[in-house]
Design a protein around this ligand. Structure first.
Ligand code: COA
Length: 280
């Protein structure tokens, strides 16, 4: 039996070269999400979201798990024993940081190093991009212990997978490995564990080169338009770009200038040099 981990130790993070590496940090409990961890994760997201030295966030797990989903003891059994108010509070705390992450100011990448179960699909979907180890295992294990995939997991299954796969995955309670998760659309790519961090670093570095206002507008637009008609999406995208211009009206002009006038880059082959323009 290990000693109870303090709330502030349930999440770890470090910032290296403008990338915030945030880790679920309860390896002895396979990083399952307790109310303490959920509260601490929200604090960490608060701390890093608007820091100038953070341009991208990676969410990963210490030890053999990314996250083994909700903590069956502390999140389910113990809160339920305290009554409906405690249950609703625990739900607000977990759903709250996943929602925060879905609309995070900076681009986010899930780096799934190991087990990813049930409630873990909430933060998985909340991250804009996801990369995993071939060795990782993904499962909607709820059916194995007697509930439906809640906390958004059913919705996420349907968002990310085909109808047949979502149905099979949630009814059978079988795990899939990283390669299958990539094939099914749960993640962007799967690669051997020893190559995972290098690949995620490479992706994060590409994101760091992009115009951050355009990145935030783009990631939000991808999430928003999926529920819109074509005409509504068309209108929303015009307005979203015009709103983005109120934060950065010069970036795209600089982008055009460096291509058309300066001929220093080609947009089809990479990003313009954003260091050459001052934010409005
Ligand atoms: N809730 C509560 N405790 C959990 C947990 C969870 N979701 N996942 C792991 N733990 C705890 C175990 O109870 C054990 O605690 P102990 O050391 O006090 O006995 C510890 O974490 C280590 O887990 P263990 O099962 O021994 O690790 P493992 O490497 O053999 O197996 C898993 C890893 C992930 C396959 C297994 O822990 C598991 O099935 N977890 C539950 C996954 C799940 O269904 N999550 C969905 C929740 S919605």
């Amino acid at each position: 039996m290990t000693a109870e981990r303090a709330e502030e130790d349930t999440v770890a993070y470090e910032i290296v070269d403008n990338i915030a590496w945030v880790s679920f940090n309860r390896p002895e409990k396979r990083n399952c999400m307790s109310p303490k961890l959920n509260r601490q994760m929200m604090r960490v997201l608060d701390e890093i979201e608007f820091r100038d030295d953070v341009g991208a966030v990676v969410l990963t797990g210490e030890g053999s798990a990314w996250t083994a989903g909700m903590d069956l003891k502390e999140y389910f059994r113990e809160t339920e024993a305290q009554g409906l108010g405690a249950t609703r509070q625990a739900q607000r705390e977990s759903y709250g940081w996943w929602r925060r992450l879905r609309w995070f100011q900076k681009p986010t990448i899930a780096m799934v190093n190991g087990w990813c179960f049930g409630g873990g699909y909430g933060p998985l979907f909340a991250c804009d991009l996801a990369f995993c180890a071939d060795e990782a295992q993904f499962g909607l294990s709820e059916i194995n212990w007697g509930i439906l995939p809640g906390g958004g997991a059913t919705k996420i299954a349907v968002e990310l997978m085909s109808f047949r796969r979502a149905m099979y995955h949630s009814m059978m309670g079988e795990n899939v490995d990283g390669k299958t998760a990539a094939e099914w659309g749960l993640v962007n790519e799967s690669l051997p564990l020893e190559k995972l961090k290098d690949r995620v670093t490479e992706v994060a570095k590409v994101l760091l080169e992009k115009n951050p206002v355009a990145l935030k507008a783009t990631k939000d637009a991808i999430r928003r338009v999926s529920e819109m008609t074509y005409d509504n999406a068309e209108d929303f995208l015009v307005r979203a770009q015009e709103a983005a211009n109120s934060y950065d009206n010069d970036g795209r002009k600089e982008g055009i200038k460096q291509f058309i006038d300066d001929k220093t880059y080609k947009p089809g082959l990479g990003a313009y040099d954003k260091s050459k323009h001052q934010k409005a």
